[in-house]
Design a protein around this ligand. Sequence first.
Ligand code: F6P
Length: 344
Amino acid sequence: MRIGLLTGGGDCPGLNAVIRAVARTALERGDEVVGVLHGWRGMVEGQMRPLAPQDVTGLLPRGGTILRTSRTNPYEIEGGVERVLGHLDGLDALVAIGGEDTLGVAARLHAEHDAPMVGVPKTIDNDLRGTDYTFGFDTAVTIATEAIDRLHSTAESHDRVMVCEVMGRHTGWIAVMAGMAGGADVILIPELPLTVEHCCGLIRNRHAKGKDFSIVVVSEGYELRYESGASGGMVASGDLDAFGHARLGGVGSALASEIEGRTGFETRVTTLGHIQRGGSPTARDRVLATRFGLRAAELVRDGEWGMMAALRGDEIVAVPLAEAVAGLKLVPRELYDRAAAFFG
Ligand code: F6P
């Protein structure tokens, strides 16, 4: 068998661990493995290179992706899908490692052209359906938690409010988990948005109880909301990407000036940005990525096209790609309420 492997979308700690697991399993059973470079761009342009055993050693602790990545959408390029199908002719299977966009393309190619696709769920945002967790998320949460821990001591020394903006796009998974782990005093997420007035009230209450500092964690996709019903809108910059996504970031600064203006407490903002995506994966992400990769190699061996490796409880199972990309997995109210038990 000739098996292609690609990584698409934003990079994510654990991508190399998946590549290692799929490639080593396939090579050991005598298959040929081909790395497709730069995600779907490589499938459009035919950028591929064979992967030998020496290419897939020493990868477990390495961040990023040895195959590079892009946000190319072949459906947005004239003749793009035909070129992808042409290059797919030279492969018996393609393992796509990605989030909703990358796997959305794989699901569509499978549904519309019977393409031999297998998916592996990646994203620091953990917003993909069909799986309880994606790899990369634990690393992002660990990095954000460490940042919140560090913000505590400087916030306390200066009697300040510290706003920490984290990634997550349109879901608040990173904010809720890191906020809970780091003991945030307020957490603001897109799915269950508190108003600015409510947020300031919580901070005032806390200070009235004798605490002189507060930590506020805000997800980049949160829109400032007011009791009047008005909304500050999503804070974004630049052009939309090929999948129609805006580049988020900046809501932390807008929120910090609202807090300082309304409460009078000195406020600073820290935006964690791509720090959350860089560097070595946690042990948990290395193990999850490895288990996903091993399952993906089995799906290929068994010809289970259109399926994705997924985590359900502590089991690695196979779910249809179509299920995974049918919509975003939102933070459930129950989890947010647990975190909110410590607000203010
Ligand atoms: O989807 C992962 C993610 O890191 C989001 O949390 C964030 O909004 C986006 O990618 C940033 O994308 P880029 O790396 O293209 O700036």
